[in-house]
Design a protein around this ligand. Structure first.
Ligand SMILES: C[S@@+](CC[C@H](N)C(=O)[O-])C[C@H]1O[C@@H](n2cnc3c(N)ncnc32)[C@H](O)[C@@H]1O
Length: 230
């Protein structure tokens, strides 16, 4: 049986899309800045207008890393995709306060956003601590699946970079098995793992909320970096 034989069905990969009701101040910040910061599926990508490289962070949670990317890489357009409203409101506030003009956000399932995206659009993609869905009956909800790796290989340019982090050994094995299998079946268009120590965070790593929780609970985070062949 092939890996992920049910890939034709799109299972929901995230938990909650909303937490506490936004405060009046968060609502006001959203009302003022969301129209400028948001991007919808099918919209022209910012790099089509200014030619800067485009990076994507999938599932930015409370947003510390996506804000860090936009802040430290003004030469890049950064996109973030995340269904969670409260994290999105935090990122919108941060972007407004820091005057970041190279950040756009999609609130929803990244798979819906990617569908109309042209091939080879992204120079770099981050998937940092995707929901682990540790129970066997929930494994099918994991974002890293054969069909999703296929989609990533379509939208990441040849030579582009992909970073995947997880603190769950079973998810690490699950993901690496699928990346290797995809690479075998798609010669020249797979993801080749970069030679680095996966226990070391990427350079300049700012930390994320989920990573801190994993460490508090005694789990070891791993970061894997891949180059899209081609
Ligand atoms: C465990 S949290 C980690 C958040 C953050 N990266 C961190 O390290 O703190 C995983 C995040 O991925 C988001 N997510 C799950 N499925 C997603 C999808 N299909 N598209 C976009 N984001 C998704 C969830 O809403 C959640 O915020």
């Amino acid at each position: 049986m092939p890996l992920d034989h049910k890939d034709k069905t799109t299972f929901r990969t995230f938990g909650r899309a909303k937490g506490r009701t936004l405060t009046a101040s968060q609502e006001a910040v959203m009302a003022e800045h969301w129209p400028r910061l948001s991007i919808a599926p099918g919209d022209a990508l910012p790099s089509a207008a200014d030619g800067k490289p485009l990076w994507l962070e999938i599932g930015y949670g409370m947003g510390s890393h996506v804000l860090h990317l936009a802040r430290t890489h003004p030469e890049v357009n950064v996109l973030g995709a995340e269904p969670f409203l409260n994290g999105t409101a935090k990122v919108v506030r941060g972007a407004a306060e820091e005057g970041l003009d190279n950040l756009r956000l999609f609130r929803g399932d990244v798979r819906e956003f990617l569908e109309p995206v042209p091939d080879a659009s992204f120079a770099r993609v981050y998937i940092l601590f995707p929901d682990p869905w540790p129970k066997a009956r929930h494994n099918k909800r994991r974002l890293i699946r054969t069909a999703f790796i296929q989609e990533l290989s379509r939208v990441i340019e040849p030579g582009g970079q992909l970073t995947f982090a997880s603190d769950i050994p079973h998810y690490v094995d699950w993901a690496l098995t699928r990346f290797r299998s995809h690479q075998r079946k798609n010669p020249g268009a797979g993801f080749a793992m970069n030679d680095r120590d996966p226990k070391q965070p990427p350079e300049g790593w700012p930390g994320t909320k989920y990573e801190a929780k994993a460490r508090r609970e005694g789990r070891t985070p791993y970061w894997f970096e891949f180059t899209r062949e081609g």
